[in-house]
Unconditional design. Structure first.
Length: 170
């Protein structure tokens, strides 16, 4: 990661730039709509933007899980496509997980590429006893508190996830 890139909390002034970043990263507005649903439901645990010279290059969003209530879900990770393969995503996740620890999250769950997230501390094995409504083969856990890895829980995501998936199907 460039030493000129910085990380800060999202502000309302960032809305358009984050929308453009998410649309260009994912090829549609789905992730922006998920972020908006999470905000509308007051389910956001953390939103941070990575920026350099005033330009937003990355975004990370974690939501508060309903069950277990002291866990977070890494909901959105986006890096500007022109900055892929430079370690920025890895740095965003690392710094995001450090923030989760400081804020008292007991663990963070992610549904994503197991190989990628495995390189930044998430474990499929640690998540192997979790019941999830999403793709179990793509679910990994970043255990923070002792005993969270390999624990058995039925994961209940924020309502925004359900609203978002229902919107996708309609």
């Amino acid at each position: 990661m460039s030493d000129r890139m910085h990380l800060r909390a999202l502000t309302s002034d960032d809305d358009l730039a984050v929308s453009v970043l998410l649309d260009s990263t994912f090829g549609n507005s789905d992730m922006y709509r998920l972020a908006k649903c999470l905000r509308d439901d007051n389910a956001v645990a953390m939103e941070r933007v990575a920026y350099e010279n005033g330009t937003i290059l990355g975004y990370i969003c974690c939501a508060r899980m309903i069950v277990p209530e002291d866990w977070w879900a890494l909901s959105i990770l986006a890096i500007s496509p022109i900055y892929h393969k430079r370690g920025m995503g890895r740095e965003l996740v690392t710094r995001g997980m450090n923030h989760a620890k400081r804020e008292g999250a007991q663990a963070v769950v992610v549904v994503g590429d197991p190989k990628y997230f495995g390189r930044v501390g998430f474990s499929k094995l640690a998540a192997s006893n979790l019941k999830t409504p999403f793709l179990a083969e793509h679910t990994a856990l970043y255990p923070i508190a002792p005993g969270t890895g390999m624990s058995s829980h039925e994961l209940i995501y924020p309502d925004a996830y359900t609203k978002f998936t229902e919107d996708q199907l309609s």
